[in-house]
Design a binder for this molecule. Sequence first.
Ligand SMILES: *[C@@H]1O[C@H](CO)[C@@H](O)[C@H](O)[C@H]1NC(C)=O
Ligand SMILES: *[C@@H]1O[C@H](CO)[C@@H](O)[C@H](O)[C@H]1NC(C)=O
Ligand SMILES: *[C@@H]1O[C@H](CO)[C@@H](O)[C@H](O)[C@H]1NC(C)=O
Ligand SMILES: *[C@@H]1O[C@H](CO)[C@@H](O)[C@H](O)[C@H]1NC(C)=O
Ligand SMILES: *[C@@H]1O[C@H](CO)[C@@H](O)[C@H](O)[C@H]1NC(C)=O
Ligand SMILES: *[C@@H]1O[C@H](CO)[C@@H](O)[C@H](O)[C@H]1NC(C)=O
Ligand SMILES: *[C@@H]1O[C@H](CO)[C@@H](O)[C@H](O)[C@H]1NC(C)=O
Length: 435
Amino acid sequence: MFSISTFSTLLLGVFATASSLAQAQDVKSLLPLSTRGRDILDKNGNVFHFLATNWPGHQEAMIPEGLQHASVEDIVTWIPKFGLNSVRLCFAIEMVDDIFSNNPNQTLERTVINALGEKNGTKVLTDILKHNPQFSRNTTRLQVWDAVAKELAKQNVVVHLDNHVSKAFWCCGENDGNGWFGEQYFDIEKWKRGLSFMVKHAKENWPTFSSIGLRNELRQSSTAKEPVDWYTWYTHMTAAANSVHQANPDALIFFSGLSYDTYIDPIPLGKTLNGTTGTKSAGKTAVFKPDDFAWKNKIVLEIHKYDFEATQDNCDSFKKKWYANGFQAVDPKNRQTKYLFPLVISEWGFIRNGTYFKQTTYNNCTIEMVEDWQVSWMHWELSGSFYLQTRPGRTPRTIQGLEEFWGLLNYNWSAVRSPVTEENSLYKMIAALKK
Ligand SMILES: *[C@@H]1O[C@H](CO)[C@@H](O)[C@H](O)[C@H]1NC(C)=O
Ligand SMILES: *[C@@H]1O[C@H](CO)[C@@H](O)[C@H](O)[C@H]1NC(C)=O
Ligand SMILES: *[C@@H]1O[C@H](CO)[C@@H](O)[C@H](O)[C@H]1NC(C)=O
Ligand SMILES: *[C@@H]1O[C@H](CO)[C@@H](O)[C@H](O)[C@H]1NC(C)=O
Ligand SMILES: *[C@@H]1O[C@H](CO)[C@@H](O)[C@H](O)[C@H]1NC(C)=O
Ligand SMILES: *[C@@H]1O[C@H](CO)[C@@H](O)[C@H](O)[C@H]1NC(C)=O
Ligand SMILES: *[C@@H]1O[C@H](CO)[C@@H](O)[C@H](O)[C@H]1NC(C)=O
């Protein structure tokens, strides 16, 4: 293991270009962002790339992870230290519902104890307050988020919000209630209200807030009231974008695709978005035309890529298959592309155990994809461990203090989990984006 100081030296030496890209300017002077064709532009008209990691705050406690191990300040410090310029903060709509209903369980004390039980919750609360003496047991969840956003601004980190779930727990499973419009926990009106609340709050309180993802990983559900199809996607996503834009006209709006956000090509290809025979969307169609919308220069498409099939494809084949799922959006030379949009790989990652990066071709080919197409990316994820994780379908269903072997940080959020992995993965992903 490198010590932290060795690690910083390494970063300075090898990644000076990427670091200066990330840190040279006061990022507030780059905001708001907008889009033109395939590019995200900063306020001065220069191309802007998100080089981000995910920092989840959408599980039961509904506050950003890790605060029982380290201070807000120390956690935020890791982001520029890794050479990143931005973060994707994942939140739950339930947190906003509780604000609207004035729920008494929003204090740090109640939220942690409700999530972890009286005994373990009290211990975790004590640890959070030990590392973060600026909080008290009465600090609300939103005040914790505000402290995180304020520190991110202080350390020059751009903030992207992601609506990860409605009901607060680990995402994502099929039929888990969070996956599709109108499913058990996915109340459409509360979702739009929650998005509007957060972007307005961010506009008023978070100096480096830039953008929001409307919904993470939409997916099939047999229990959803709404048909699962592109027409239904169009209806609800454009309505949500209207709400967001009205509440905060500066924010970029990220649109994720279907099947866990693994494909979004019908949008750049300008395909007819169809309803489903035998449902209320039967015979209905729409086309997503940017010119139809007041927020036409705020649209960003997002796509996720993991390695569940442990791919051994050579990179030509890997890239060709992946391209077909949405990279037409960033390819002005493709004659089938109807509309250009920026595309962001808003989740990618794998176990940081020192060997996985070379066990399949995923790592190398993902780096090549970023080199080829110059698209922003957001690594999954920063966390070395979670307050707790509930995953329907797993035994045990809930695990407290679960280690996250995919995290950039170790269990205690005190060091880089796998420096050799980052030399071969994260830092090469940074280097792949040339300014
Ligand atoms: C607050 O949490 C307690 C459990 O600690 C629960 O019984 C109560 O229903 C919650 N209140 C609301 C309004 O959700
Ligand atoms: C927390 O709130 C309770 C009830 O309102 C109050 O009695 C207590 O003094 C507060 N504690 C702190 C540390 O602010
Ligand atoms: C919608 O249906 C039309 C006509 O069958 C088809 O050409 C088009 O590809 C479909 N759209 C999508 C997104 O599959
Ligand atoms: C890393 O994880 C992969 C996938 O689970 C496994 O095959 C490999 O043996 C692990 N490496 C180490 C050093 O544990
Ligand atoms: C990945 O790329 C590196 C550097 O080009 C190469 O040495 C390595 O063999 C590649 N790994 C895999 C699994 O293809
Ligand atoms: C409470 O914490 C202890 C010690 O970390 C752990 O063994 C136990 O499983 C936790 N309780 C629950 C309900 O998860
Ligand atoms: C992480 O925390 C655990 C529990 O407090 C402790 O036993 C362990 O020594 C810590 N590890 C490091 C690397 O700090």
